[in-house]
Design a protein around this ligand. Structure first.
Ligand code: SF4
Ligand code: SF4
Length: 260
């Protein structure tokens, strides 16, 4: 147990299908963690790794191949807390959204050619397969938020992570609204807070890389963007790149049919 103060807590870091962005953030911040934990495994960063029970397993990437699933279940079975780290692990991200639009065969052949022997499966977030204790969004994750999550777990507490809309952070910073004032397609109203409203603070539109906020009003967001003159395909693409409710494609297609 982490509450056993005589024992140094153990962590392990793994990657499934993803770009390694989260692994890099963790690597960059490892020196802040190592005084408090023992690192049992981090195949991305070191060659000697142990397969052993750990207190905290941090996993980046989505489940997109059978060996991802096998690995995920094996890690889950020997970890006290399992943290889905980053948008691929939490939402499935680009690869999962692609699977909602195209067949697996179309996706595999377009990337690897028709003779590919790649064993692909429909790309999904971790929680679709195993119990996930903490979902830490971001593309990539915010280092401070990541360290706060680990600190909380080391004290045996599940961390509080807000999934309120990004507009809340943006307003607290008193940024001018780029959606209203510059007519930019900002996704702040449907995106989870956590990045500190990075893009609108620089005068740019949020493109939703933190994934959807709690109860995102996607239909209303789509209506606003279409009314502002953005094309249907652009709106659909923006709303679905980093994670969207499963039925959004269907709803948007109905919307398009009704419009025509
Ligand atoms: S700029 Fe974007 S995030 Fe900021 S208030 Fe406007 S819509 Fe929300
Ligand atoms: S403002 Fe939006 S796109 Fe920019 S970092 Fe934050 S969540 Fe990502």
């Amino acid at each position: 147990m982490l509450s056993d103060l005589k024992r140094i807590p153990t962590i392990a870091v793994y990657g499934l299908t993803g770009c390694a962005g989260e692994l890099l953030v963790i690597l960059e911040n490892l020196d802040k963690l190592l005084p408090f934990v023992k690192l049992r495994s981090f195949p991305f960063a070191q060659s000697h790794n142990e397969i052993t029970p750990v207190d905290i397993a941090l996993i980046e990437g989505s489940v997109s191949q059978p060996h991802d699933l096998e690995k995920l279940k094996e890690i889950r079975a020997r970890s006290r807390w399992l943290v889905a780290v980053g948008n691929c692990a939490v939402w499935g991200c680009v690869q999962a959204e692609g699977c909602k639009r195209f067949s697996l065969t179309e996706m595999v052949s377009s990337v690897y050619g028709n003779d590919s022997k790649i064993a692909a499966m429909e790309s999904k977030p971790l929680a679709d397969h195993v119990k996930v204790d903490v979902k830490l969004s971001g593309c990539p994750i915010n280092a401070s938020q990541f360290l706060a999550v680990v600190a909380s777990l080391l004290k045996d507490n599940l961390p509080y992570i807000t999934h309120k809309p990004l507009c809340l952070e943006c307003k607290l910073k008193e940024n001018p609204c780029v959606l209203i004032e510059k007519n930019l397609p900002c996704l702040g109203p449907v995106t989870a807070a956590g990045c500190g409203a990075l893009c609108p603070s620089m005068g740019a539109a949020c493109y939703g890389c933190w994934g959807p906020c709690e109860t995102p009003q996607m239909d209303a967001m789509a209506t606003v963007l279409l009314e502002k003159g953005f094309q249907f395909d652009e709106v659909l693409g923006r709303l679905t790149t980093f994670g969207a409710p499963h039925d959004l494609f269907k709803r948007m297609s109905e919307f398009k049919t009704a419009e025509n």
